[in-house]
Write a protein that binds this ligand. Sequence first.
Ligand code: NAI
Ligand code: MG
Length: 369
Amino acid sequence: MLRAVTHRIALIPGDGAGPEVMAEARKAVDALGLDLEWTELPWGSVHYREHGAMMPPDGLDVVRRHDAILLGAVGDPSVPDHVTLWGLLLALRQGLDLWANLRPARLLDGVPSPLAGSPAVDMLFVRENTEGEYAGVGGRAHAGMELEVALETSVFTRAGVRRVVRYAFELAESRRGVLTSATKSNASRYGYVLWDEVVEEVAAEFPGVRHEHVLVDALAARMVTNPLSIDVVVASNLFGDVLTDIAAALQGGMGMAASASVAPSSGATPMFEPVHGSAPDIAGRGIANPVGAIWSAVLMLEQLGEGAAAHRLMRAIEAVCREGIRTADIGRRCDRDEGRGMTAFTAVLTCDPRHRKTLYRQGFPLAGL
Ligand code: NAI
Ligand code: MG
């Protein structure tokens, strides 16, 4: 018989740096002392090499028995990227119909900005997560011949656009009250034109939110030239993906960025993951930045109704960053031994007594929970 626990978490460490950052996120969550149970699911490229699939055939049913999924990253140089992505990540996002991908981008105090003058960055991206350019519709003909053709069709449905746009308006209402819709409805004449129409329809329900339509290329530039002019952005699957890598850079780097894939009010198991990939160039060296993963756990705790714990963990991340304890990707080693960079971050975060002496000796004030 299963023990009654408040929260059951499916942990999918995945590939490359995924397991490393997930181990840190798990330590950080465990330090909060919640009634929570982890099920580790060894899905990913190793599973693919052994079984010919990234996850078992009943994978969706397995995760549905949990309250949340925390996922590291997928992608391995030995397996084509479209196989890993469609076999696990997109299979989960689409299979569970997790239609909104939330990606907050905030430059934390103490984290160096790539922009002169370190302008404030506090944006929230709401990315459509199940259709658009990643709908998986298309095909290839004349395989291998000179005539070969590849078609990739974007799919925009009125209902699919409406639900994500409405959610973005709701979120904008609870923030600075500005919603930017990113499209390309000058060159793309169908999908994005429908998108713009739906934004106008939904806007009528939210008189307190100022909304604007901005072409995605212009928005990419504005994110860099005037980041604080941007509050909430609603964007398609592809545009949201691209813009949030820029946003990650604005908040210090890929390792800082967190995300949540959710389907509000549906009862679907939500999924939380750092924005970055498996980072094969640095995997296995203990130098990956765990902040994006730990921040994703904060988003998870918020969705699980653990607002106070989420708040504590976010304050701890902010405090440790403010103290200058960081991994090499954001400008400083947090430990003389490169291999302990990420674990030192979490040790300070969680006030792990085993590290306390070393950290004091190195002059790192404890700033954890
Ligand atoms: P990536 O995000 O893995 O790496 C891009 C750059 O950011 C690299 O220089 C990497 O070292 C750095 N980086 C990433 N995470 C970091 C962290 N935590 N700390 C410090 N630096 C970090 O993207 P890339 O190289 O385009 O893709 C690598 C693999 O990951 C591919 O197989 C790709 O398909 C997959 N991928 C998977 C994603 C996911 O599972 N959500 C998302 C993006 C890519
Ligand atoms: Mg991406």
